[in-house]
Design a protein around this ligand. Structure first.
Ligand SMILES: *Cc1c(COP(=O)(O)O)cnc(C)c1O
Length: 225
């Protein structure tokens, strides 16, 4: 079992390099994040040499694995829906909170960071496909979220994250292109350096559309039970 995971993580790394070269991009410009939800600390540890970061979806699961030393010092991101009352468990321990989608959540994170005397790095999550079943800020609400973040002293906003509606890479590519367009509107003003898009089924399309961070779960660990 562990051997399969290691082999898949290794080959993912090689494939990412090949796609980057093919797209005329430096492989070092793409962060490979292992989406580690439901995976044991042991399985997480097995892939650490082949990935740049881990990402968790649930606060409690993050806390359990963090306390068990599962990430062994690798950067760990939060990529799931976050409630304001759970913010205290993440701020200062999680390297990047990718799923900030409201001024209220941004303020809760900033307040906690200020209380700890630190700056918390975040991404704004966009619901680019206006999917009713998904969280994330609607594109027309992004200016309001950015205006809120601008005056919050505890945050550093590094860019955007999106999870487009499910589909083939041909179907998700236009959503990635649209997200990249919005990202580029703000890049120089904000000093953005992180555009998080692409999962197991469509990470290659996302890299071709300018992603700087792909989030891969089943492509490394196999199907989640
Ligand atoms: C689970 C998850 C992923 C990885 O999904 P796979 O299809 O298993 O690669 C990526 N991003 C988010 C936000 C997730 O929740």
């Amino acid at each position: 079992m562990e051997e399969n995971i290691i082999a898949r993580a290794e080959s993912l790394r090689r494939e990412v390099e090949a796609v980057c070269r093919d797209a005329g991009r430096d492989p070092a410009s793409v962060t490979v994040l292992a989406a580690t939800k439901v995976q044991s600390a042991e399985r997480v540890r097995a892939v650490l040499p082949f990935v740049d970061a881990c990402g968790e979806n649930r606060v409690q699961e993050f806390c359990e694995k963090y306390d068990a030393g599962a990430y062994a010092g690798k950067p760990v991101h939060f990529i799931g829906h976050l409630q304001t009352n759970k913010v205290k468990f993440l701020v200062g321990r999680c390297d990047l909170i990718q799923s900030v989608d409201s001024p209220r959540l941004a303020k809760a994170i900033s307040d906690r960071a200020e209380a700890l005397g630190i700056t918390q790095e975040i991404l704004a999550e966009l619901n680019i496909g206006r999917d009713e079943n998904k969280t994330g800020c609607l594109p027309e609400d992004l200016p309001e979220l950015l205006a809120a973040v601008r005056v919050l002293p505890g945050l550093r906003l590094r860019g955007l994250m999106c999870v487009p509606p499910r589909g083939t890479p041909e179907e998700t590519a236009p959503w990635f292109a649209k997200t990249r367009g919005i990202y580029e509107t703000y890049t120089s003003e904000w000093g953005f350096d992180t555009l998080s898009m692409g999962m197991s089924g469509d990470w290659a399309a996302a890299i071709r559309e300018g992603s700087t961070l792909i989030r891969v779960g089943t492509g490394i660990f196999g199907a989640r039970i």
